[in-house]
Design a protein around this ligand. Structure first.
Ligand code: G3I
Length: 372
C-alpha cells in the first residue's frame, strides 16, 4: 500500500471529564482524572495503584484483533499485551507469499506456525492474511513456464497448502488483497491478473480456498475506502460482480488505515455502504496516523481527533447487525510496532504507547464499547 491522502479539517468538541462517582466500572482515564482532581485540592489520590485497564476482548461482543510478528511474541511484555486484549490475531507479514514462498518454489511455515501456536495457546482466532496480493510476486511463481495450466496449478497448490494448514483455527482469509487501483479507476494489474485474467484470479483463488476449508470466511480486502469515493465505488462494483459470478465471497474487508484529519462520519458511512451486501464485515487493519496531512505541528489536536476516529469506528462497527460483525482489527500493538513508524518515527497511530501503556485511543474504544 502506498500512502497518499486528502483529509478534511474538522472541529473537535471539548471533552467533559465526569468526576462524579462512576455508575459504570472505573475507567483508567477516570482514575487518572480523579487523582489529578484530588491532588489539585492538596489531597493524595485515594488509590495507591491504578486499576489495570480492562481487557478489550472482555468488553466487545465481537472479536477484537491485532496484527503480530512471530519474533515479537517471544517478548513477554508484548506477548502479554497481545494475549490480554485481543481475541483474534493476523500475521502482519509472515503468512504472505513474500515470507512463505522460497525462490525455489518451496514453502516455509515456521513463523506462521509460531503465530498459530500462540493463538491456539491463548484461545484466540487466527485470521489468514493474505493469499493473493499485487505487492507479492515471488520469484518461485514468476519463474513458472508460460502455460496457464502449470501456473494455475501452482497457485491452486499454494492456496490449498496455506488454507488447509490452518483449517479449524483460521476463522477466515483475505483471499485477494487490494484489488482496486490506488485512484479507484479500475482493478490493479498484477502477476495474478496477467496470468489468469481479472475474473480468473478470483475464481481460481476463492474456489481453491473454499475447497481447502469449507468453514473459513473468504474475504476481499482494501484500503482508503473511507477517503476515496472512486475507490469505494469500484470496490463495491467488484463485490457485486463477484457475487453475480458465484465466487464464494463470504466477507468484506475494510482496512481503515487513516489519519487524524479524516472527516468525522466517513468511517461510519463506508461501513454502512459495505454492510449493504449483507455479508460479514472485517474492519481489518485500523490505524490512525497523527502525522500524515501535516498534523505534526499540532500533536495534541491530532491526538484528540485520532481518539475520536477510533471511537467512531468501534461505534459504527458495533452498530452493524450482529451477524455482520466479523472482527475489529487494529494494525499493531504498540506505537513502536507500527509500520507507519518506518515512514515517520514521530507517528503514534495505535492504542498503546511505546511502553505498552493504554492511550486516549484505547480509552475512546473502551468508552464506546461501554456506552453500547
Ligand atoms: O523482519 C525482517 C528483517 O529481519 C529483514 O532484515 C528485513 C529486510 O528483508 O525484512 C523484515 O521484514 C519486513 C517486515 O515488514 C517486518 O515487519 C518485511 O521485509 C516487510 O515487507 C514487511 O512489511 C509489511 C508489509 O505489509 C509488506 O508485507 C508491513 O510490516 C505490514 O505492516 C504491511 O501491512 C500491509 C497489509 O499487509 C495490507 N494493507 C496495508 C498494510 C500496510 O502496508
Amino acid at each position: 500500500m502506498k500512502r497518499d491522502y486528502e483529509g478534511d479539517r474538522l472541529s473537535c468538541p471539548k471533552g467533559q471529564l465526569n468526576l462524579s462517582p462512576p455508575a459504570a466500572p472505573v475507567s483508567r482515564r477516570l482514575i487518572l482524572a480523579s487523582g489529578l482532581a484530588l491532588a489539585a485540592c492538596g489531597r493524595e489520590p485515594a488509590l495507591s495503584q491504578p486499576i489495570p485497564e480492562p481487557p478489550l476482548k472482555s468488553l466487545a461482543p465481537f472479536p477484537i484483533g491485532t496484527c503480530v510478528r512471530a519474533p515479537d511474541l517471544e517478548d513477554p511484555a508484548y506477548a502479554g499485551l497481545a494475549a490480554r486484549h485481543f481475541s483474534q490475531l493476523t500475521a502482519e507479514w509472515e503468512m504472505k507469499m513474500e515470507y512463505v514462498v522460497q525462490p525455489d518454489g518451496s514453502f516455509r511455515f515456521d513463523r506462521a506456525d509460531a503465530i498459530a501456536a500462540f493463538a491456539r495457546r491463548n484461545g484466540q482466532r487466527l485470521f489468514g492474511h493474505t493469499l493473493l496480493w499485487y505487492a507479492n510476486e515471488p520469484e518461485g511463481f514468476a519463474r513458472l513456464d508460460e502455460s496457464r495450466q502449470s501456473f494455475e496449478g501452482a497457485l491452486r497448490n499454494y492456496v490449498t497448502a496455506m488454507v488447509s494448514r490452518y483449517r479449524g483455527l483460521a476463522s477466515g482469509w483475505d483471499v485477494i488483497n487490494e484489488p482496486v487501483m490506488e485512484n479507484g479507476e479500475g482493478l490493479r494489474d498484477s502477476l495474478w491478473s496477467r496470468k489468469l485474467g481479472q475474473t480468473g484470479q478470483f475464481k481460481v483463488a476463492f474456489e481453491a480456498a473454499r475447497a481447502a476449508d469449507p468453514a473459513a470466511v473468504l474475504f476481499v480486502n482494501d484500503y482508503h475506502l473511507e477517503s476515496r469515493p472512486a475507490k469505494l465505488r469500484t470496490y463495491m462494483t467488484l463485490i457485486e460482480q463477484l457475487l453475480k459470478d458465484g465466487v464464494p465471497l463470504g466477507g468484506i474487508g475494510c482496512q481503515t488505515h487513516c489519519w487524524s484529519e479524516l472527516a468525522p462520519g466517513a468511517i461510519t458511512a463506508t461501513l454502512k455502504a459495505l454492510a449493504g451486501f449483507g455479508l460479514p464485515i472485517h474492519l481489518s487493519e485500523m490505524d490512525v496516523s497523527t502525522v500524515q496531512g501535516g498534523m505534526l505541528a499540532n500533536r495534541a489536536e491530532a491526538e484528540r481527533r485520532q481518539a475520536r476516529l477510533y471511537g467512531e469506528a468501534i461505534e459504527a462497527f458495533a452498530a452493524l447487525p450482529e451477524r455482520q460483525q466479523f472482527a475489529f482489527t487494529v494494525w499493531g500493538l504498540r506505537d513502536r510496532d507500527s509500520w507507519l513508524k518506518r515512514e515517520n518515527a514521530q507517528d503514534r497511530p495505535l492504542l498503546f504507547d511505546d511502553a505498552g501503556r493504554p492511550k486516549p485511543t484505547f480509552a475512546a474504544i473502551v468508552d464506546a464499547l461501554r456506552a453500547r
